[in-house]
Design a binder for this molecule. Structure first.
Ligand SMILES: Cc1cc2nc3c(=O)[nH]c(=O)nc-3n(C[C@H](O)[C@H](O)[C@H](O)COP(=O)(O)OP(=O)(O)OC[C@H]3O[C@@H](n4cnc5c(N)ncnc54)[C@H](O)[C@@H]3O)c2cc1C
Length: 505
């Protein structure tokens, strides 16, 4: 439990080197705002996006007034390079082009999947709603299971060189009395690897494995349709651009539009809010190479060294409702400051050393997918990855690690079929869907117990009832907790990419 508790929150940020534009096929449809359309199996148009807007091409787009004539008047989908907002361009897109594999979302899951697929010769296009790769969320603790994936993707050593290994974990109560301490090397099943990785560096490294035209920024998917039950998917973007793809992966996070289109329930707020940030110490950080976690009553806090000059920190507190989403870092900082009375001075110092842009807040949520009970996570030619598939609370520090694992398992299943059948016809949907089902079954077996365990740990650690906290601090954590057993889930090894398909540089 100790390790679990300590690693719950860690950090990331990205900037891409391989972000560019794609060719988008344009397909105009008259029913983009309806719930079903002629010839389409099902469509979802997200009403809040259904408003006139200026497209990236410079023209005002009114989605509900688009022409039905397929392929006509291909306006323009622009290109994006690096993290800069794209300039509009004037080329005409090929209206009949059909993408082989589109991934919605350039987070960890989307980028890692695209990188894994690229390594076995499967071309993907990643659509990202933002103007740049995600930089919020500061940092993530990545465990051995994630480092194995990063090595398979060829970016493990680069990231190791940018981060400091964490060697142990210390638990304190809120008054800073030491409750438990242990080093990773004491835990069986090692060597264990643990670093708090900056999100931007992870994203950069993943994006560096992709061709320059693999990521399309400013591309928010607002509508999904299908030409027939087993026909291509038709995606409409918020700028009115439309593109078609044979295979679709929703890697679009906890509020996945692809998941909603597939009928999955929304995530469930678990009654906790997390605030996190990255403190910067240009002259050297004072926290060495150990994670520290402070257990309070209904609230806990912690810190994890990222490098010699950066430290990731977090605070999680109970709150009956998530309240309105707070995105202004100044507001988040003020909220945190108001809670720091009675906490170790470290937390105040960390906050003082944290640039505003490094602070963020998230209402914690999860969803438990139960095969046969909840909506299926695979439908013909479409499935999910990362938080879209298995949203879990961060108490085990495993959401991002599992998103990385998804990428390799997808390449081993779906990737093999796509690599062997490049350009195949509709009949291939059987093989594609079977491969997706194999992937989903493997991931369900792996991630469901983690989501459950993470939820239970969070609930126990966040208990606010003083007598229970007394037992936790004086008996449970110091005497009963055996941290080693909680590293067992980090020993998962998702294996290698299919050797016969790996494209050599
Ligand atoms: C407080 C906290 C602490 C955490 N700590 C850890 C940790 O220590 N270790 C760990 O492994 N995990 C941790 N996690 C979990 C981790 O952050 C997530 O599991 C991980 O980010 C999931 O990656 P993803 O790619 O699935 O989703 P995301 O990172 O959310 O990426 C989804 C992407 O899809 C894009 N998108 C969304 N909708 C659309 C659309 N309609 N069209 C186009 N693009 C779209 C988004 O802009 C985003 O870029 C933590 C989570 C929280 C909340």
């Amino acid at each position: 439990m100790a390790s679990t508790m300590a690693t719950a929150f860690a950090g990331l940020t990205l900037s891409s080197s391989a972000v560019e534009v794609c060719d988008l096929s344009r397909r105009h449809s008259s029913n983009l705002c309806s719930s079903s359309g002629t010839g389409s199996m099902r469509s979802t148009f997200f009403a809040k996006d259904c408003a006139p807007r200026r497209s990236l091409c410079g023209a005002v787009v009114e989605p509900w007034k688009l022409s039905t004539t397929r392929g006509r008047a291909a306006a323009r989908c622009h290109a994006v390079r690096g993290l800069e907002r794209a300039e509009a361009s004037r080329e005409v897109d090929d209206p009949d082009s059909l993408h082989q594999f589109v991934i919605v979302g350039a987070g960890i899951a989307g980028l890692a999947t695209a990188a894994a697929m690229n390594k076995i010769g499967v071309k993907t296009l990643v659509l990202e709603q933002s103007a740049g790769l995600r930089t919020t969320g500061a940092s993530l603790t990545l465990w051995s299971n994630a480092w194995r994936v990063l090595d398979v993707l060829g970016i493990g050593d680069e990231l190791r060189s940018q981060h400091q290994p964490i060697t142990g974990i210390r638990f304190f109560n809120q008054e800073e009395k030491l409750l438990k301490t242990f080093d990773l090397e004491e835990c069986p099943g090692g060597p264990h690897e643990l670093c708090s990785v900056e999100r931007k560096l992870l994203a950069n490294a993943l994006a560096s494995q992709l061709p320059r035209d693999a990521i399309r920024l400013n591309s928010r998917v607002v509508s999904i349709e299908r030409e027939s039950n087993t026909g291509p998917f038709v995606l409409t973007l918020s700028d009115g651009c439309v593109l078609r793809t044979r295979v679709l992966l929703g890697a679009d996070g906890v509020n996945s539009v692809v998941g909603q289109w597939m009928g999955l329930a929304k995530t469930r707020y678990v009654g906790q809010v997390g605030i996190r940030g990255v403190a910067v110490y240009p002259a050297g950080q004072p926290y060495g190479d150990k994670i520290r976690q402070f257990l309070g009553r209904g609230v806990r806090a912690g810190l994890a060294p990222i490098s010699s000059t950066k430290v990731y920190w977090f605070m999680v507190y109970n709150r009956s409702s998530p309240g309105t989403k707070v995105t202004d870092p100044a507001e988040v900082r003020a909220e945190l400051l108001s809670m720091l009375d009675g906490w170790p001075q470290h937390m105040k110092e960390l906050l003082d050393n944290t640039p505003l842009e490094n602070i963020s807040r998230a209402a914690l949520a999860d969803r438990w997918n139960l095969p046969g009970i909840t909506a299926p996570v695979v439908q013909s030619g479409v499935t999910l990855a990362g938080d879209a598939l298995h949203p879990m609370t961060p108490n085990l520090g495993q959401g991002g690690c599992c998103a990385l694992e998804d990428a390799i398992i997808l390449a081993q299943t779906l990737g093999v079929v796509l690599a062997q059948r490049a350009g195949g016809g509709d009949g291939d949907y059987d093989a594609i869907t079977k491969a997706m089902e194999q992937y989903a079954a493997e991931r369900q077996q792996r991630t469901f117990p983690l989501a459950l365990k993470s939820f239970v740990f969070g609930a126990l650690l966040q208990i606010g009832f003083a007598p229970v906290c007394f037992v936790r601090d004086n008996i449970a954590v110091p005497k009963i907790v055996r941290p080693s057993s909680f590293l067992s889930h980090t020993q998962y090894n998702c294996g290698q990419l299919p050797a016969s398909l790996v494209v050599r540089d």
